[in-house]
Every structure is written in C-alpha cells, then in structure tokens.
Design a protein around this ligand. Structure first.
Ligand SMILES: Cc1cc2nc3c(=O)[nH]c(=O)nc-3n(C[C@H](O)[C@H](O)[C@H](O)COP(=O)(O)OP(=O)(O)OC[C@H]3O[C@@H](n4cnc5c(N)ncnc54)[C@H](O)[C@@H]3O)c2cc1C
Length: 409
C-alpha cells in the first residue's frame, strides 16, 4: 500500500516548519502535525523574543524564499563584545570584541524577532503545494513496518509515511516511542527574557556580559533603539526577579548592563525558560529521524540552538531529496544513517562545547576567572584565531549542507 505522505513531521515549531518547506520544495509530499492550535501571528506585538541567526542559517532561509520579507525586519550583527562581568568591584572587566569586517562574507548573522519569523513561516506553509498542515493534533503512537511507518493521533486518525521526523522539541515523544534515550542535566539556571528600549543606539553590536550567576546577552534589534535581553541567573534568584514588578525588575537589570546604552525602559513581555542540556543518544531509529531540540537541547549562552537545528534541517533535507531523486527508499536504514553520520558529531561537539563555556563563565572561582581572562586576552591578540571564532559563530565552518551555503538542493 502506498503511504499517505513521503514524510510526516511531528512538531511545527521553527525547525519542523523550515524542514517541511525545504522538503516540499524538493518535491516530497509532507504532512506537518503540531499539537498547538493554528496561531494567528500578531505582527503588531513586540515581545522581545528573538534569535541570533548565523549567516549560514540566513542563507538557508534565503534559499527557501523566506528572506526577502524577513531581511527588512532583521538587524545585521556587525560586532560582538564580550565582557567578563563586574563580579569584583575595582577590577576592570576584560573585553573581547569581534568585528564583522574581520571576515569577507558580511555580517556575522542577523537578529530576527520570533514574531516575524513565525509569521513568515506560517504564510509560506499555507502557500506551499505538497504540504499538508494539521494543527491541534497530538501524536500518541507510532509503529514502524518494513516499507512505511504508521502514526496514531489523539483524534483517532491514523496515517502512514515513508519517514517520520521528530521535531517535537526537548522531551520528544517521537524519540521516546522509538526507544531513543537521552543524556543530559539540569543547569539549575533560568533564562529571563525580555525586550529593552534604550536611549543610545546599539550600532548593531551584540553584548555578552559574563556574570557569576550566568551570562547576560543584550542583542540588537531592527531600528537601533531596541534590544532583546537573555539574562541567565540561578533558578531561585530568577524566580524572585521574575516576581518583581517592572520597576524592581529594571532596577535589578540596569546595574548589570551599565550605562553604555543610556536610559533603559522595559519593552515587551517578560518570559522565563528553565535551562537544561538534553542530547539524544541516537538521531535515527527504524524509519525515524530526530531534528532540532528533539535531538539536542542546548544552553542559550551562545545563541546556537536554532542554528544547530537548521544544520540538521539542511542535512536531512539534502539526504532525503537526493535519495528520492536516485529512486532509493528514503526511509531505508542506509539513507537515514547518512543523516546521522553527518550531524551527530557536530551536534554533540557543539552541545558539549557550549556546556563547557557555561561552566567556565557562570561562576566566580578566582582560578577559573584568571584562566578565562588570560584566554580572552590571548584571543584578542591573535587575528587568525579571532577570524576562526567569527567564522564559527557565523556558521561558516564544518561540512555545510548546500542550503546553508546558499545553494538549492
Ligand atoms: C532563552 C532562549 C534564547 C534562545 N536564543 C537563541 C538564539 O539566539 N539563536 C538560536 O539559534 N537559538 C536560540 N534558542 C534556541 C531555540 O529557541 C530552539 O533551539 C528552537 O526554538 C527549537 O525549535 P524546535 O522546532 O526544534 O522545537 P520546539 O520549538 O520545542 O517545537 C516543538 C513543537 O513540537 C510540538 N509537539 C510536541 N509534542 C507533540 C506531539 N506529540 N504531537 C504533535 N506536536 C507535538 C510542539 O507543539 C511544538 O510546536 C534560544 C532558546 C532559549 C530558551
């Protein structure tokens, strides 16, 4: 029997939606299922949530046709400045600055607000032939068979595909049902996220201030006077800060930022995200693959979570579309193994690297502090190493899928 679709994607978050578009544009039939009801994206509501998209991710969004609109609403990241906190009064913070002019490719990336990215995705999904979207539907069971995989939905529907892709985030039910276990730990930290208006322009500079409780990122948004704040603290302190009225929240935040952005006002909504590392021990199972946070949920310290997911998207789309063109069974174990080989090392290395950076910087141990300040000082003086850091942050290193180099599959 012919399956209902070539591919069923469970999870219509950012990774699932981008993957659905890439696969459908490559000629495969896709069903995208999400547990949430169809949202009505409200373009007027600024809420402060935004993503630092590496240049490679921006190229992918460009090839699949999302960038013309998004480009106008995004802010190029022209420089990154890191500061080793203000933990010891009187000792000047170490400064490490990266400028996009040090590489030839252009800005290191772009800040894109969640509301704009979500709206662009919803419009593109609705306009893409070959893609069926089911919202408000939860997957409850999956059974792989020799030539297809069957899914049961809470509504009682049953559907089949050649491949099932789990884009269902941390705690992925797709992974659990496939018997894929996870490794990980809780950071005991929570990210406080909000938007900020400032009287001085941000000049396209992203700031990362390493404080003992965790990193504080101030990320430039389009227009020059708004930034997104991702402020990590120990979870108990974060809960107390989140419970404060806006005036108390700002009174706690402002001294951590200092005066370089002038007068500060809260703008947007206040969110909290408890932070944990979650790594799937395999990326594939019979007729099943994992993508994005379902495969690896990382600390937001380096703004790499979505960028890692989009690398998975580019790699899986390339593997499946090329296999289909060659007439292979796209759900065969050897086809899915190509995807796992391509992505597993990069994703694990990046997740553990981010974990190490968080451990190194989220404390006030004098030995670690001296070591990291020495390291940052050395990097500041070594142009070759600095360029490597910038190229890595821009997502230009490693074995890149075609979509992330700006080429169609
Ligand atoms: C504070 C913070 C700041 C961040 N900043 C950045 C940044 O600057 N740059 C960056 O690259 N990344 C960033 N990230 C990471 C990024 O947000 C995530 O990596 C990304 O959103 C994960 O997307 P996803 O589609 O994989 O998963 P999710 O967004 O978790 O989506 C999963 C989807 O699956 C659906 N689902 C779950 N179970 C079922 C089921 N049984 N049936 C049907 N549907 C189901 C859910 O409804 C949901 O829509 C940040 C993260 C945090 C917490």
């Amino acid at each position: 029997m012919t399956p209902d679709s070539d591919i069923i994607i469970v999870g219509g978050g950012l990774n699932g939606s981008v993957l659905g578009l890439a696969l459908a544009q490559g000629g495969l039939s896709v069903t995208l299922i999400d547990a949430r009801p169809a949202p009505a994206p409200d373009l007027t509501a600024f809420d402060g949530r935004a993503y630092a998209l590496a240049l490679g991710s921006q190229r992918l969004l460009s090839v699949i046709g999302l960038w013309p609109g998004l480009g106008e609403q995004s802010q190029p990241i022209l420089a990154i400045k890191t500061t080793d906190g203000l933990a010891v009064p009187g000792i000047p913070p170490v400064f490490l600055a990266f400028d996009h002019a040090e590489i030839e490719e252009g800005p290191m990336g772009y800040m894109v607000e969640d509301r704009h990215l979500t709206a662009a995705l919803h419009a593109a999904l609705a306009a893409t032939p070959g893609l069926t979207r089911l919202t408000g539907e939860t997957v409850t069971a999956q059974q792989p068979a020799p030539a297809s995989i069957a899914l049961d939905l809470a509504s009682g529907r049953r559907m089949t595909a050649r491949v099932l892709v789990g884009c269902d985030g941390r705690g992925s039910g797709t992974a659990d049902r496939a018997g894929i276990t996870r490794t990980g730990w809780d950071y005991g930290q929570t990210a406080l996220v909000t938007g900020l208006h400032h009287s001085e322009p941000h000049t396209g500079t992203a700031h990362q201030i390493f404080l003992p409780g965790g990193p504080l990122a101030i990320l430039p948004l389009a227009g020059g006077h708004h930034s997104a704040v991702v402020w990590t603290e120990a979870s108990s302190l974060a809960a107390a800060i989140q419970a404060l009225p806006d005036s108390g929240y700002l009174a706690a935040l402002a001294p951590r930022i200092g005066r370089f952005l002038g007068d500060l006002t809260l703008a947007g909504t206040r969110f909290t995200y408890p932070l944990a590392l979650s790594l799937a021990n395999r990326l594939i199972a019979p007729r099943t693959a994992l993508v994005g946070d379902a495969a690896h949920g990382v600390h937001p310290i380096a703004g790499q979570g979505l960028n890692l997911g989009l690398r998975d998207v580019g790699a899986l789309a390339e593997v499946l579309i090329l296999a289909a063109r060659r007439g292979e069974d796209i759900g065969a174990a050897d086809v899915l193994t190509r995807y796992q080989r391509w992505r597993r090392f990069d994703a694990t290395a990046m997740a553990l690297g981010i974990d190490a950076v968080n451990r190194l910087f989220s404390n006030d141990n004098p030995v670690l502090r001296a070591g990291r300040d020495l390291g940052m000082g050395l990097i500041a003086r070594m142009p070759g190493l600095r360029r490597r850091f910038i190229r890595q942050a821009a997502g230009l290193t490693g074995e890149l899928p075609r979509l992330l180099t700006g080429r169609p599959i």
